[in-house]
Write a protein that binds this ligand. Structure first.
Ligand SMILES: Nc1nc2c(ncn2[C@@H]2O[C@H](COP(=O)(O)OP(=O)(O)O)[C@@H](O)[C@H]2O)c(=O)[nH]1
Ligand SMILES: [Mg+2]
Length: 202
């Protein structure tokens, strides 16, 4: 068998939303604050995805990133402080290939929390509802992070990359069958063998 090709994850989004900060936080667990964003940057990284060592190739795109880059999966970033970046994300999502895994990533929630001291959460610049609705329309996952917060070194940012990478990973037929069986067993366990129509949703 030949060597497996790395999984290519492309980080897209409007300028200044924190694409580089998120990528750097994922790779180094650090937030540097200012980054030069004049060219695309490609990073190689070995990650544990679903218990398996997996080679990733992360493409951190720059200003002209409104055009699509080829990838096995995509992170589309916007900033909760900049409503126009959510509109830009909507445009990007509409242009991505349907079959590839995509995650819509809201960044800079640390700034949102600072604002919450003065305003109710209804006053955040980009409403959670608008962002969630966009993810439903686009059929992608949604997560909120802050590249500046070390709390995001667990869950948060690694979760975003792992979620996309695990879906982008080619799955062997045997592994796919095991996953389907495990999903079926856990479903039966949760619902005590009742039919979905008999389950009471509160
Ligand atoms: N407060 C805060 N600032 C952030 C965060 N992420 C990025 N920034 C800042 O936003 C600016 C743009 O970040 P950058 O990663 O260069 O954005 P890019 O153009 O999308 O790559 C920089 O000044 C970062 O320091 C965050 O989560 N919180
Ligand atoms: Mg950048």
């Amino acid at each position: 068998m030949g060597a497996k090709r790395p999984i290519r994850i492309v980080v897209l989004g409007a300028p200044k939303v924190g694409k580089t900060a998120i990528t750097v936080r994922y790779l180094t667990h650090r937030f540097i604050g200012e980054y030069s964003s004049r060219t695309d940057a490609v990073y190689k990284h070995t990650a544990n995805i679903g218990g398996e060592k997996t080679e990733l190739e992360i493409l951190d795109t720059c200003k002209s990133s409104m055009e699509r880059r080829e990838g096995d999966g995509y992170l589309v970033v916007f900033s909760v402080t900049e409503p126009s970046s959510l509109a830009a994300a909507a445009g990007i999502l509409a242009g991505l290939p349907q079959a590839r895994p995509v995650l819509l990533l809201a960044n800079k929630i640390d700034l949102e929390h600072a604002r919450k001291i003065n305003y109710s959460s209804f006053h955040r610049s980009v409403s959670l509802r608008a962002a969630l609705e966009l993810s439903v329309v686009a059929g992608c996952s949604y997560l909120e992070v802050s590249a500046s917060s070390s709390a995001m070194d667990r869950g948060g940012i690694p979760l975003a990359f792992a979620a996309v990478a695990s879906k982008a990973k080619p799955v062997s037929p045997l592994r796919a069958a095991i996953r389907a069986l495990a999903a079926l067993l856990s479903y039966r366990k949760v619902y005590h063998h009742r039919r979905p129509s008999e389950v009471k949703w509160k």
